[in-house]
Ligand binder design. Structure first.
Ligand code: AMP
Ligand code: TRP
Length: 331
C-alpha cells in the first residue's frame, strides 16, 4: 500500500491549469491504484504568505475542497482536509526549516519570480514556504506527490531535506517521488503562451477558470493567441499558442497530442478552436454542477471533519516520534 499526498493553495481562482496539471491526475491515480491511500488538502497556510482578505480566503478554501470532489475524487477513499486545521504542519515546518539551508531556499525559482514581481513587503514565510511544503508531505509518509511541473523543484528540495534528516537522525521520513503528468503538466497562458497559466493573473483572458460559464470559455478559446502558419502542427517552439491548445485538448480527452494533430491536420484554426471550446465546456459544466450541489452541503462539512480527524491522528503520532528522535521535550 502506498500513500499519495497533494495540495493546492487557495489563492486566486482555480484554473484549467490546476485541473489538468494536478487535480485530474490525482483522480486518475485514484481510479488506477485501488489499494492506495489518498490524502488531499487545501493549503491555506501557504496562501497567507501573501496578503489575503480573510472572508475571501475562507470562501476559496471551501471552494477548492468542493471543487476537488466535484472533479471526481472518490469520497470514501480520500482523506480531504484543510491544512491549518492540523497544527503539526507548522510544527514540522519549523523543524524542517532547521534542516534547510538559506542557499537552498534562495535558489527556488518560484520565490525568485514572486519576489522579483513584488519588490516590497516580501514576507519571511514566502521565503521559508518550501520547508512548510516539505512538512505537508513528510508528515504523512507520502510515497508519491502528484503535482504540475512548477512544483518539481520544491519536490526535489523535499527529498533533499528528508535525506538529510534521515542521515543525521536515522531513518525516519519516507523520501517521496513527484508524479508529473506527461501531457498537461504545464498549461500556458492563452494570451501569452510563453507564460504559465496562472490564477493570480490580472488579465482574465489568459486563463480559464474552473468557474467560467460556457460563453466565457468559448470567448477565451476563440481569442487565444495562435500564429500565422495556418497549419495544425505540434511545434511548441514556433507555434507555442497552438501547441498549448493541442495539449489542453489531448489532456482533457485523454488522447495523445499526435492523435489530435492527425484528426485536425486539415482543419482551420477556427474550426479546431470551436471543437476545443466544446470539449472544454463539456468537461467543465458537469463539474460546476456537482460543485454547486456540494458547496452548501452538510456532506462537504462532514467529509472535511472526517478528513481532519484522520489526518490529525496520523500527524500527532508522527510528530511525537519526530520530537523524540530529535531530542525535543522530556521524553
Ligand atoms: P497552486 O495553484 O500554485 O497551488 O498549484 C496547485 C497545483 O496545480 C500544483 O500541483 C501545480 O503544479 C499545478 N498547476 C498550477 N498551475 C498549473 C499550470 N498552468 N499547468 C499545470 N499545472 C499547474
Ligand atoms: N506549493 C504548492 C503550489 O503552490 C501547493 C502545495 C503546498 C503542495 N503543499 C503541498 C503540493 C504539498 C503538493 C504537496 O502549487
Amino acid at each position: 500500500m502506498k500513500r499519495i499526498v497533494s495540495g493546492i493553495k487557495p489563492t486566486g481562482t482555480l484554473t484549467l491549469g490546476n485541473y489538468l496539471g494536478a487535480i485530474k491526475q490525482f483522480v486518475k491515480l485514484q481510479q488506477k491504484r485501488i489499494d492506495d491511500e489518498f490524502f488531499l488538502f487545501v493549503a491555506d497556510m501557504h496562501a497567507i504568505t501573501t496578503r489575503q482578505v480573510p472572508s475571501e480566503l475562507r470562501k476559496r478554501t471551501l471552494d477548492i475542497a468542493a471543487m476537488y470532489l466535484a472533479c471526481g475524487l472518490d469520497k470514501e477513499r480520500t482523506v480531504l482536509f484543510i491544512q491549518s486545521e492540523i497544527k503539526e504542519h507548522v510544527e514540522l515546518g519549523y523543524i524542517l526549516q532547521s534542516n534547510t539551508y538559506m542557499g537552498e531556499l534562495e535558489r527556488m525559482t518560484q520565490f525568485k519570480d514572486k519576489s522579483q514581481r513584488q519588490e516590497t513587503s516580501i514576507t519571511s514565510s514566502l521565503f521559508t514556504y518550501p520547508a512548510l511544503m516539505a512538512a505537508d508531505i513528510l508528515l504523512y509518509d507520502a510515497d508519491f506527490v502528484p503535482v504540475g511541473d512548477d512544483q518539481k523543484q520544491h519536490l526535489e528540495l523535499t527529498r533533499d531535506i528528508a535525506n538529510r534528516f534521515n542521515n543525521y537522525y536515522g531513518d525516519f521520513f519516507v523520501v517521496p517521488e513527484p508524479l508529473i503528468p506527461e501531457v498537461g503538466s504545464r498549461i500556458m497562458d492563452l494570451q501569452e503562451p510563453n507564460k504559465k497559466m496562472s490564477k493570480s493573473d490580472e488579465m482574465d483572458k489568459g486563463y480559464i477558470s474552473m468557474f467560467d460559464d460556457e460563453a466565457s470559455i468559448k470567448r477565451k478559446i476563440r481569442s487565444a493567441v495562435t500564429d500565422s502558419y495556418a497549419k495544425i502542427n505540434y511545434d511548441p517552439e514556433n507555434q507555442p499558442g497552438l501547441a498549448n491548445l493541442l495539449t489542453i485538448y489531448a489532456s482533457i480527452a485523454d488522447r495523445s497530442i499526435q492523435d489530435i494533430v492527425n484528426e485536425y491536420k486539415d482543419s482551420s484554426y477556427k474550426d479546431f478552436k470551436e471543437d476545443l471550446a466544446q470539449v472544454v465546456v463539456d468537461c467543465l459544466i458537469p463539474i460546476q454542477e456537482k460543485y454547486n450541489e456540494l458547496i452548501k452541503s452538510q456532506e462537504l462539512q462532514d467529509l472535511l471533519d472526517r478528513g481532519r480527524d484522520i489526518a490529525s491522528d496520523f500527524a500527532f503520532k508522527k510528530m511525537r516520534k519526530c520530537k523524540k528522535k530529535i531530542g525535543l521535550g522530556r521524553k
